[in-house]
Design a protein around this ligand. Structure first.
Ligand SMILES: Nc1ncnc2c1ncn2[C@@H]1O[C@H](COP(=O)(O)OP(=O)(O)OP(=O)(O)O)[C@@H](O)[C@H]1O
Ligand SMILES: [Mg+2]
Length: 804
């Protein structure tokens, strides 16, 4: 365009500045004093969206608006103000509507130009596109430098007589003073012919060092090896322009990230060289790299978080979704992106989630985290914990949400609460039952003494009443026994048990107990491990479970008992199990009514029953539970209302050699008592006296001791007893320690341990040594006599063996 304004031939003398100005990436135009266009560059055409005609009024080709959107009249536009008020205008933001209707905010910098007489001759205007924030600052500074330069030089320019001289100088000054762009000319083969201050600043060469050298000095060895400089000129020549980004080398050898534009310069159809404009974009590139890095860091954190993470925009649509969210909710990242979070993670008929999101947006959350019912892709509902934070970004607000499935935590807490409750109940019931047993023992022993005396003296009129009283004592004893079982305080005799054999052996009894309307199925594999528990109590437990199942199937059904080996590290292991232990799993499953959640939660509680008064004590499951726990195992209920019930007994595996039981001689063959000497250690006077009386009546001689220490000193004083009967729960030295101490000196003294309960004995010893037996309170004369006889026989057998 400039060529049209300039005399022919002048262009050849000033190609560098005009052509460079033409290709400079800042929109520039000039007008005369009336505002008619006298020059514009390529960037101005690109910015305006059309090619203006020389002589046209610049403002007329646009529709201009103020930033608030109201129309800006022509006489109030910045160029009109600069011309009218003869001053530069720098701070007026304007919106222009392009011919295609697109509106662009920009900052014009019109600066008036004067001749030597101070006459206004026109305006030079630079336009900075505000929609390109990365360039705004640089362009603003550029524009201001251009305008300042222009207005300063305008007075001197005015001295020049003709337009050609003025423009030539303008352009050279303009280009020369540009500091943010390296602007230089190359000849047709790439040798540098001009150099501006921006080039000096960016590349480090002074004009005198570099003019005449080949522009390939700016290229890296890698680019040189790839012949890039030559390719750049060829591309510019044939394609009309070469644009690239890449590393360039400064004079001092350091590198910078350059944005490069190379245009060919023509004169009358003849190539006269190339104009190169280079910008140092190292800071921008570093910022982009930093952004990239921080994006990677963010992704690393989010993808490795333990929780599910989702980010949503203001419309509630997912913008981020990590692999854990995929796992928890079942939607992949591709499926989730762009979808409303509420549709992906929450039940559709539940408004809590959307209400919570609204308050999260308004930052009105009272607590950071919140519990809500969530729902995954397959419809599983679960309690989830959410925490949200709102992020305000230039592009609009976003919300980060972490979500965690609480199902397992809730289960663990419920389990803990349940076991704490069981523990507390156990302590209480155990204490009561123990005291009760002692009282019952006193009553029954006394009654039996009365009975024996009555028989001897011949007055048996009261016999029926004594029998009634004794049978009541037995019923009461049954009750306290079950309480002790629950409290894990029953006297257990754990042994190696063949569970399969035991259950198979019970099948007749079970069939009998459940009735014909219920089918019994047994699934007992051959390769079962040996369990370690009390045989009688295990039978008792299975019977109890079978009876519960029967009661849950009044109209008939199916009872299945199965057993299997399971180790604590098995993937199907119950979480109550110790991962280092092995168990035998016994499942008693029925097709009955099942339990509603509240019944299931309380079923192990002692005295909890849903059966009518008189039909259930509510001690069955309590006992089973206590037995399992006391044996070092567990008991678990799996039941849903209407879906039947599975009670799972987990018993520890027996490790060690299988002990053979002492074969006992049948009672009938036993000789009667013949004055054997028994040491009786019992702290409760009533019981001690009554038992002494009973033993005396049975034909034994008895020495009494009222506590452990006394018992020990008598036993160790030199006299040998044929049998020691001792209570376990004694003040001072307990019965079990007493027994062990005496046995260490006199290994063949049999000991009968009597117990209300004793936690240490029942927990510590796997099995009692030979020649020791356990008798639970309250006991009757027959039971006592039976045990005494057995132990005396054992002693006798030991003697025989030693003598032979
Ligand atoms: N197999 C089962 N199916 C359905 N509900 C059961 C089952 N087993 C136990 N229950 C529920 O658990 C409650 C407690 O059982 P538990 O065995 O402790 O006492 P009970 O059977 O009621 O009385 P008891 O065993 O002393 O005769 C029962 O009343 C019943 O509601
Ligand atoms: Mg029961």
């Amino acid at each position: 365009m400039l060529k049209e304004l300039l005399p022919t031939g002048a262009a050849a003398t000033v190609p560098s500045s005009e052509n460079v100005l033409k290709t400079l990436p800042v929109a520039i135009y000039t007008t005369d004093a009336q505002g008619r266009i006298t020059f514009f560059n390529d960037a101005a055409v690109a910015f305006a969206g059309r090619q203006p005609a020389i002589g046209e009024m610049w403002c007329v080709m646009w529709r201009l608006f103020r930033p608030d959107g109201t129309p800006l009249p022509h006489d109030q536009c910045p160029t009109a103000i600069a011309l009218r008020e003869r001053r530069p205008v720098h701070d007026m933001e304007v919106i222009a509507e392009r011919p295609d209707g697109k509106r662009v905010p920009f900052m014009p910098h019109p600066t008036p130009l004067f001749d030597e007489n101070g006459e206004l001759i026109g305006v030079i205007n630079t336009l900075v596109d505000l929609t390109d924030p990365k360039h705004v600052q640089a362009q603003l500074e550029q524009a201001q430098a251009l305008a300042a330069q222009q207005s300063e030089s305008a007075a001197q320019d005015a001295e020049m007589a003709d337009n050609l001289g003025r423009f030539k100088r303008d352009f050279e000054l303009l280009v020369g003073s540009v500091t943010d762009y390296a602007i230089f000319m190359l000849d047709t083969t790439g040798y540098i012919t001009s150099w501006n201050s921006g080039a000096e600043r960016i590349k480090g060469y002074r004009a005198e060092d570099i003019i005449g050298r080949h522009f390939s000095v700016f290229y890296t060895p890698e680019d040189l090896a790839a012949d890039i400089p030559r390719l750049a000129l060829t591309t510019a020549l044939h394609g009309g322009r070469f644009e690239t980004e890449g590393w360039r080398v400064r004079k001092d050898g350091t590198r910078f990230w350059a944005i490069v534009v190379i245009d060919p310069v023509w004169d009358n159809g003849q190539l006269i060289g190339f104009a190169e404009v280079t910008r140092d974009a190292t800071t921008r590139r570093n910022a982009e790299l930093a952004l990239f890095e921080s994006e990677r860091r963010f992704r690393g954190i989010v993808n490795n978080a333990l929780d599910a993470f989702a980010q949503i925009d203001e419309a509630g649509r997912v913008t981020e979704w990590n692999p854990q969210a995929h796992e928890l909710f079942g939607w992949s990242r591709e499926q989730a992106l762009g979808k409303p979070l509420t549709a992906l993670c929450f039940p559709s008929n539940d408004t809590f989630a959307s209400e919570w999101l609204v308050s999260a947006w308004q930052k009105k959350l009272t607590r950071q985290t919140h519990q809500l019912t969530a729902m995954n892709r397959s419809g599983r509902r679960f309690t989830a914990e959410l925490s949200a934070s709102v992020l305000t970004l230039a592009s609009g607000p976003l919300m980060n949400i972490f979500m965690r499935d609480l199902t397992q935590k809730i289960q663990m807490e419920t389990q803990l609460r349940q076991s704490q409750k069981m523990e507390a109940l156990g302590q209480l019931t155990g204490g009561i039952a123990h005291d009760f047993n002692n009282i019952l023992q006193a009553i029954s022993s006394s009654l039996e003494v009365v009975e024996i005396i009555g028989q001897r003296e011949g007055f048996i009129a009261g016999d029926k009443h004594i029998q009634n009283a004794l049978s009541s004592v037995r019923r009461a004893a049954g009750l306290t026994h079950r309480l002790l079982a629950f409290a894990r305080r029953q006297a257990l005799d754990p042994q190696a048990v063949d569970v399969g054999g035991l259950i198979a052996g019970m099948s007749e009894l079970l069939r009998h107990s459940i009735g014909e309307h219920i089918a019994l199925e047994l699934a007992l594999p051959d390769a079962l491990w040996t369990a370690h528990c009390d045989t009688n109590q295990l039978e008792n437990a299975i019977l109890n479970l079978a009876i519960n199942a029967r009661d849950a199937m009044p109209k008939g059904g199916r009872l299945r008992i199965e057993a299997a080996n399971i180790s604590g590290s098995d993937p199907n292991a119950f979480n109550v199990m110790d991962p280092d232990s092995s168990y035998i799993k016994i499942v008693v499953a029925d097709s009955g009514t099942g339990m509603p959640p509240d019944v299931k939660e309380r079923a192990f509680d002692p005295f909890y029953t849903t059966k009518p008064v008189g039909q259930g004590t509510g001690l069955g499951l309590s006992m089973v539970y206590g037995f399992a726990r006391q044996s070092g195992g567990h008991c678990v209920i799996e039941s849903e209302l209407g879906e039947g019930t599975r009670i799972i007994l987990l018993l520890p595996r027996y490790v060690g050699p299988v002990q053979s039981h002492v074969e006992l001689v049948a009672t009938a063959d036993r000789p009667a008592a013949s004055g054997e000497h028994i040491l009786l250690v019992e702290d409760q006077d009533v019981i001690r006296d009554a038992v002494t009386e009973v033993l005396g009546k049975l034909g034994y001689e008895v020495t009494q001791a009222s506590d452990g220490l006394e018992g020990l000193s008598i036993a160790m004083a030199g006299q040998t007893f044929d049998l020691i009967i001792t209570d376990i729960g004694l003040p001072g030295v307990n019965g079990r320690s007493l027994a062990d101490t005496v046995r260490s000196q006199q290994p063949y003294v049999p000991v009968l341990l009597v117990t209300g309960y004793d936690p240490s004995v029942v927990h510590s010893s796997p099995s009692l040594p030979a020649g020791m037996a356990l008798l639970s309170k309250p006991f009757n004369v027959d039971a006592l006599n039976e045990q005494v006889r057995r132990l005396l026989e054992w002693r006798h057998a030991q003697r025989e063996a030693r003598n032979s």
